[in-house]
Design a protein around this ligand. Structure first.
Ligand SMILES: C[S@@+](CC[C@H](N)C(=O)[O-])C[C@H]1O[C@@H](n2cnc3c(N)ncnc32)[C@H](O)[C@@H]1O
Length: 204
């Protein structure tokens, strides 16, 4: 059996429920209007996040790194009644795009957008977070993780994005991956979807 990473990714995307029309348009606008559209999680990982939220049924989600909103919108769609996402990003322009598409998708009332440095925003939040999605500045992943872990619910889950990019020379991510592996407080699994998502929880 032999296939490339790209073939696996393409096949997985073709055999997963596709994005809604609203999210497809969000993808087109992100492509046309931003410098780094590849930052968006896109349809396959978006569907994966939506599934995780549907399974976990978190009341409080924290997202670090909103960009134009694909991941927060997908997660918001699967929240249980009363569930909420606090979504942090330093960029007001991309957050405005995210908010517009969240409104179109009918989930804006479940997302609390906080524009500012994620570390400063985090200081204002107590948690406990049932689910945290870390997808902001890669060199800061260890610091996001250490800031978030004390505010994680006992049975909470941290998802860290782009963790396979260590293989492409991303040193911040490589350091983060080693940090988590050496942390006896938690267990983790790196899922090779897109460029990798690591699922982390406290050791039972
Ligand atoms: C990879 S993108 C997020 C992609 C997003 N999850 C999606 O699905 O479209 C990273 C984002 O992190 C934001 N960011 C970087 N450093 C930050 C910080 N210290 N605080 C808050 N946001 C930050 C950037 O502005 C950028 O929008």
């Amino acid at each position: 059996m032999s296939f490339s990473f790209e073939e696996a990714d393409e096949y997985a995307a073709a055999h997963s429920t596709p994005a809604t029309d609203v999210l497809r348009r969000l993808g087109e606008e992100t492509e046309a209007e931003t410098d780094a559209p590849q930052m968006s999680v896109g349809a396959l990982e978006g569907a994966f996040l939506r599934f995780l939220v549907a399974l976990k049924r978190p009341q409080l989600v924290l997202e670090l790194g909103v960009f134009t909103g694909w991941s927060s919108i997908e997660m918001a769609k699967a929240l249980p009644p009363g569930g909420k996402i606090v979504a942090c990003d330093v960029n007001p322009d991309t957050t405005a795009i995210a908010r517009r598409y969240a409104e179109e998708e009918g989930v804006a009332d479940r997302i609390d957008y906080r524009v500012g440095n994620a570390f400063e925003t985090l200081e204002t939040l107590d948690g406990p977070f049932d689910l945290v999605f870390i997808d902001a500045w890669k060199p800061d992943y260890v610091d996001y993780y250490e800031a978030v872990l004390p505010k994680l619910a006992d049975d909470g889950v941290i998802l860290a994005d782009n963790t396979l990019s260590a293989l492409a020379g991303n040193e911040g991510i490589a350091t983060f991956n080693e940090h988590v592996m050496a942390d006896e407080r938690v267990e983790c699994v790196l899922v090779p979807i897109r460029d990798g998502v690591t699922l982390i929880r406290r050791r039972p």
